[in-house]
Structure formats: C-alpha cells, structure tokens
Design a protein around this ligand. Sequence first.
Ligand SMILES: NC(=O)c1ccc[n+]([C@@H]2O[C@H](COP(=O)([O-])OP(=O)(O)OC[C@H]3O[C@@H](n4cnc5c(N)ncnc54)[C@H](OP(=O)(O)O)[C@@H]3O)[C@@H](O)[C@H]2O)c1
Length: 310
Amino acid sequence: MFGKKKPTPTIDKDQLELIEYAQKRIKQKKRLYVHFVVFLIGAIFLIIANTVLGIGKDLKFFDINWFVYAIFLWLFFFLYHAFNVFITHKFMGKAWEKQQLEKLVAKQHERIDKLKAGFLKEEKLIAQSEVYNESNSKDQNSESNNSKSELTIIVAAAENNAIGLGNKLIWHLSDDLKRFKSLTNGHHIIMGRKTFESFPKPLPNRTHVVITRQKNYKVPEGVIIVHSLEDAINAVKTDSQPFIIGGGQIYKQAMDLVDKIELTRVHEDFEADTFFPKIDASVWKETSNVFHKKDENHEHEFSFLTYERK
Ligand SMILES: NC(=O)c1ccc[n+]([C@@H]2O[C@H](COP(=O)([O-])OP(=O)(O)OC[C@H]3O[C@@H](n4cnc5c(N)ncnc54)[C@H](OP(=O)(O)O)[C@@H]3O)[C@@H](O)[C@H]2O)c1
C-alpha cells in the first residue's frame, strides 16, 4: 500500500531528435569543407589553364583575365553555401527553438491534465469515504447508545497472500494508496513496530498506535506506544473506525478480533517473507468487490474487497 517508487524510462525521444540534428549538422559542414577544397583546386586549375596552357589567353573584360571573374563567381557561390550552413540552417536556429518550445508547452499541458485527473480521482475517493464515515456514524448513533467502534483490518495482499518482503511493500499501486489514505484519514492506525519502521515518517492526519515489547522504544511526539494488541485496541475505543494496518504478525493476532476487512487483492503471486492469514469463508462474507485493471499507473490487476463477519 505504501512506498516503492516506479522506475522511470531512460530513453528520450527528444534526445534522439537532438542526435539526428547533430548528425545532419556534421553532414552539412562536411559538404562545405569538400566544397572549399574543390574550390581551391578549381581556382588553381583555372589560373594554370589561362596562364600556363594559354586557354582563353586573349579573353579579357575591362583588361582583367576571364579566370579572375570565374574565380570570384565561384567564391561568391562558396560564400553563399557557407552563409547557408552557418546562418540560415544554424543548429538550434529560430525555427528549431520555436519547435522545441511548442513541444515543451504541449508536454506541460499533458502533465497538467494528468495532475487534474489525479486530483479529481482523489477528491472523489475522499468524498466517498466521508459519506461512508458519515453514514456509518449515523447508523451507530441510531443504534441507541451502542458506541462500539468498528475495528477494521486494512491490507493489500497478493493471490498467495504475500504482503511484504525485506520490511517493504512488494508493489506500487497508486489508487490503492489513495484508498488507504481516504479510508484511514482522521482515524487511529494500529501497527507492529516493524511496519512503523518501514515508513520514512509518521503518516499525516492519523494517530499512530505502535505495538512493541521494547520498554524504552523511542518514537516522535504524538505516536502512542503500547505493549500488546489488547492495549492497542483499548487505546482506540473512542474512534468509530480504528484501523489495523499490519504487518504480518499483527494481522495474524487481530483476525479474530476485528469486525471488518478492507482487502486489496493483487491478482498475482509474489515472492515474500510476510503473509496475510487465509480468510475463512465460513466466518467472513464478501460485501463489496470492485475490480481495477492494469494501466500506466498500475502494473498489476487488483480488486478492492470488503469482508464483514457473517
Ligand atoms: N501489504 C500490506 O498491506 C502491508 C501492510 C503493512 C505491512 N506490510 C509489510 O509487512 C511487513 C512487516 O510485518 P512483520 O510481520 O514483519 O512485522 P509487524 O507485524 O509490523 O511488527 C512486528 C513487531 O511488532 C511487535 N509485536 C508483535 N506482536 C506483539 C505483541 N503481541 N506484543 C507486543 N509487541 C508485539 C514486535 O515488536 P518488537 O520486536 O519491537 O518487540 C514485533 O517484532 C513489512 O514487509 C511490511 O512492508 C504490508
């Protein structure tokens, strides 16, 4: 549910375009260089043809030999060629810059659209969870003075019940993270010491209750320390829906004590060192099942399942 970054692709279409531009540029300069060499040899040949071989010896305009005009004309073409290479088709010239700018703007638009879509989705999930929490608390109020809280396990488990490896999660599923955030927002979250240590820092807007046998275990301000699961449950009695968020050891001990399981079932088998206990179909009934297919943000298919006691 939390952690693990997706790898980003390293090959960039724009980089490829830059290489193609550079190659084109090298070709242009090579052609100019060849032109220069041919021009030098040609000019020498014209001089020799006129002065040594006597070709068009008497052909003069304004008392200047024809080969001088020919060389100047050629020089003019050579300079025009050089002008084209260094000025007109200059690498990263105005047209190229404009093209790059347009590409950047289009990319930014694409990013903004994606962000907007993400925000809308998250807002929807938060709104759904608020409605859900509200109707839940109304139901609880209407049941006379029954203030019993609904202790809920929240977990993401593979088909083979794998949940963690090396004190880390195995997958990154952004919609699962959003669902975790929206369901647990504003509530108490009970966890084992190892799961607590797998977070870079405490999660915002939730009260952390950490279970450990260590008597001097140090935690940041606001985090509650208890030394048994029973003490953890007692510490969250005032919450209408406290959550047990893992890991393997705590889930195992909590299975017989919770009222509800919010499971994200990832539809694959994974190698793991931590597992979720089997859900006993004679004890639990599935009350909700929403399938989520693979997409660019989700490498695996998964389903949001809710189980309640029969
Ligand atoms: N996929 C998911 O939804 C999900 C969710 C959460 C975690 N995880 C994964 O699960 C793994 C961690 O699970 P885990 O089973 O190794 O550890 P854990 O359950 O998070 O924590 C175990 C620790 O809790 C304390 N503890 C357990 N039972 C206790 C008891 N009855 N009384 C007092 N203290 C008790 C002990 O702490 P001390 O040693 O300090 O005494 C014990 O070492 C990680 O890989 C994590 O990423 C997955």
